[in-house]
Design a protein around this ligand. Sequence first.
Ligand SMILES: [Zn+2]
Length: 341
Amino acid sequence: MRAAVYKGNRQFAIEDMPNPTPGPGQVVIDVSYCAICGTDVHHFMYDIAPPGTVMGHEYSGVVSAVGEGVSRWSVGDRVVGGGGEPPLGRAANPSRGERANYRLESASAPTSRVRAYAEKVLLEDWEPVPIPEGVSDEEAAMCEPCAVTVHAARLSQLKLGDSVVVLGAGPIGLLCMQVARAAGAGKVIVSEPAPARAEAARRLGADAVIDPLTEDAEARVVELTGGVGPDVVFECAAASGTLDQALNMVRRNGQVVLVAIVWEQTPLLPPDWMAREVSLKTSFGSQPEDWRIALDLIRSGRVTMEPLVSEASYLPLDEIQGAFEALCNPSSQVQMVVRHG
Ligand SMILES: [Zn+2]
């Protein structure tokens, strides 16, 4: 099989690797689509991924081989990779202990696990989740990022009718605004400088879209929320200063949920906002229940991928290098997706 192997120094190489064979209790997934995640782009941009890594964790595919003792899957079943309920007593992610540290974890990520920028992925039989009828393979590839936003919304204090601001309209921000709406948000305001992304937020029904490069985002948000600020801000931008901006715009006793992973020092000036007794909640990844909810939101049309992906979003594995370079500084791209085969 072919795989895009990260070689270090912002370079991928397309290499041939042996096809995986399922051991007892394992399955092989032939990957159909793998969406390029902002986290992978950061691992490339900041050269965090150890050389030899095959990334790609947002994917859909078809079961192509099952190991001994596997009864829950048959060859041909459509699945998303990941999100399954682990057997009792086993953690979905054993490395996430009490003192989990994503930076250290990323720098030492095992290179042995080949993920979905390869044509085939080997999983334990409990790891995949079936794709429901009515959800396409293309949509299902975005189940993982959707689950991340479901997780963030469920961790938040968002209540029916609350005003919400989403900072950043990349794939996570665009999914987050839809999930917040499904969770009962009233007014939804999005801040995004890239025109294609701002346009996608508008098409998804944002009540207002602010360009933080030409407008004073904090002042605009306060104005749009009757002079008090929004109840909840989801920080999905990871730009320098956006966390401070979120804390400064949220209302008194409001909540900022940090969804984006910020890899650089980010300025904070507490005297601007601490007197309002705001809270900050961090959200990380997702749990099996979030994947089930995400698939149901997609199936029922409450979350749509349509403004995020177009025919131009898809690329063959060979073009992954250029796609990552473009996504380090996205202008016209919203979401890019590797199409295998
Ligand atoms: Zn992701």
